[in-house]
Design a protein around this ligand. Structure first.
Ligand SMILES: Cc1cc2nc3c(=O)[nH]c(=O)nc-3n(C[C@H](O)[C@H](O)[C@H](O)COP(=O)(O)O)c2cc1C
Ligand SMILES: [Mn+2]
Length: 447
């Protein structure tokens, strides 16, 4: 199976011609990021030699929707349905006794910067950051695992600091604080694509994202293995596992850091993550995600689209699909495809989307015939089916993304654009021009 584990994924991308092997030595500070950025839309990157390190680094494997679907061995059009099905029916994971990452276990003089080629990406970033690891923790009340990705600033004394937004990891941390117990966690680096994507699932607290990853796998179930220094289980085939304790009472500065909207998020005091063990396979691979790159945006987009579509279809069953666009950093701009049955539906769909997720800022609703993944077609619908005084919905002063620098600390304006033709119009004044036979003609037959 293509994405059974990180190594089979790497081999498959190489075979597909989707991997750029960078053989010359590369500086992990900026150069590595610059090369990844240039190849961002083309394919995965593999840095064979990173100055000062013996461990190679890979990244950008999720460079397009097509690539992500191929990693999951599904068709691109099935990305959202497959994800939704797995969210609804998670599958428990088997725990195995032995794992390749048990081979090397370091518990003293813990300095990840000495071992792993951890990149510094953007000009004003505070320093090297781990960006491609899946952090696994447990709810101390239920023992149920939680998996999510966090940016982790790395220092040279085995103490890191990380950003924990108010979601599940934060809830687990608050529960540990109330119980006065440490929060044991592990960060798995170099994992399979199912685990990467499932870590971004939008679920209620109490659903284990690793079980969602397992449910998405068409064969070879996801196996977990116990960590060596903490009571946490991680994907058994992980390349590298960083184990430790998150302590919110001990803080360190973190940031500035170049984030997904392509602006810096500022420096602040953050909880620390004190390492208790560094474990890795024989000849491990490091994995890193370019912040604001295609991979970062897409991993967030698919689970969000799945969640938005469910809510929008609940409100308006004639909604066909949704798309979070790259230009809108896969968070702020949504296009909705609607097979309109009633004039009021477009506005209800916009509002349902805005309520689903505070990050959604601008929503464009188009007719079913418009390809919502082709922004030229979407723009054409806006140009010819929309009038600013009649078809614009503006909702001022509402919660929005605090990382949008045009917002006032997370308060901003949302806007809905109804670019659908009036009911019946597609057969009349809004009937697009057409050339009979266009679909099936191949100009080469006439050369
Ligand atoms: C590359 C990448 C980096 C991320 N960095 C952070 C971060 O630093 N802090 C954070 O709270 N969420 C971050 N996220 C988002 C969370 O991983 C995501 O919202 C996750 O679904 C939260 O899990 P939960 O619902 O179990 O809390 C990041 C996501 C990606 C793909
Ligand atoms: Mn969760």
């Amino acid at each position: 199976m293509v994405g059974a584990d990180f190594r089979s994924w790497l081999a498959a991308w190489e075979k597909n011609g989707w991997l750029a092997r960078i053989s010359k030595p590369v500086n992990p500070r900026y150069t590595l990021g610059a090369i990844t950025k240039k190849l961002e839309k083309e394919g995965g990157v593999f840095f064979q030699q990173i100055s000062g390190y013996s461990i190679p680094m890979a990244g950008n494997f999720c460079f397009s929707r097509k690539a992500l679907a191929a990693a999951l061995t599904i068709e691109e059009k099935n990305l959202i349905p497959t994800f939704r099905k797995a969210m609804e029916k998670p599958q428990p994971c088997e725990i195995v006794a032995r794992a390749p990452f048990h081979k090397n276990v370091i518990t003293k003089e813990l300095n990840p910067l000495k071992i792993f080629p951890i990149p510094t990406y953007h000009e004003q970033d505070a320093g090297p950051y781990i960006t491609g690891g899946v952090l696994i923790a447990k709810d101390p009340e239920t023992g149920i695992r939680n998996a999510s990705i966090h940016r982790i600033r790395v220092f040279d004394d085995g103490i890191m600091s990380l950003l924990i937004l108010p979601r599940h990891l934060d809830l687990c941390l608050q529960k540990c604080l109330a119980k006065k117990i440490p929060m044991e966690v592990a960060v798995a680096i170099g994992v399979d694509p199912f685990t990467m994507l499932a870590s971004q699932a939008i679920l209620p607290l109490g659903v284990d994202e690793l079980e969602v990853a397992n449910a998405m796998r068409p064969s070879s179930p996801l196996k977990l293995a116990r960590c060596r220094t903490v009571e946490v289980e991680v994907p058994a085939d992980a390349e590298i596992v960083l184990e430790g304790i998150i302590d919110p009472s001990q803080t360190r500065v973190e940031g500035p850091f170049g984030e997904f909207p392509r602006y810096y998020s500022p420096q602040a005091s953050r909880p620390t993550f004190r390492l208790t063990g560094i474990c890795y396979r024989k000849d491990p691979f490091f994995y890193s995600i370019l912040p604001a790159g295609r991979e970062h945006l897409l991993l967030g987009a698919i689970p969000r689209e799945a969640s938005i579509l469910a809510d929008v279809q609940r409100a308006v069953p004639s909604v066909r699909a949704v798309h979070l666009t790259y230009g809108g950093t896969c968070r702020y701009h949504l296009v909705i495809s609607l097979a309109k049955k009633d004039e009021g539906e477009a506005r209800v769909a916009m509002l349902a989307a805005m309520v689903n997720n505070a990050d959604i800022k601008h929503v464009v609703v188009v007719d079913e015939g418009i390809d919502i993944f082709d922004m030229e077609q979407v723009e054409w619908a806006m140009a010819t089916r929309f009038q600013g005084d009649r078809d614009l919905l503006v909702i001022p002063q509402i919660q929005t993304s605090s990382l949008d620098p045009s917002s006032a600390a997370g308060i901003g304006t949302k806007m809905g654009i109804d670019a659908t033709a009036p009911l019946g119009g597609l057969q009349e004044g809004f009937k697009p021009i057409a050339i009979p036979g266009l679909e099936n003609i191949d100009p080469k037959d006439y050369f």
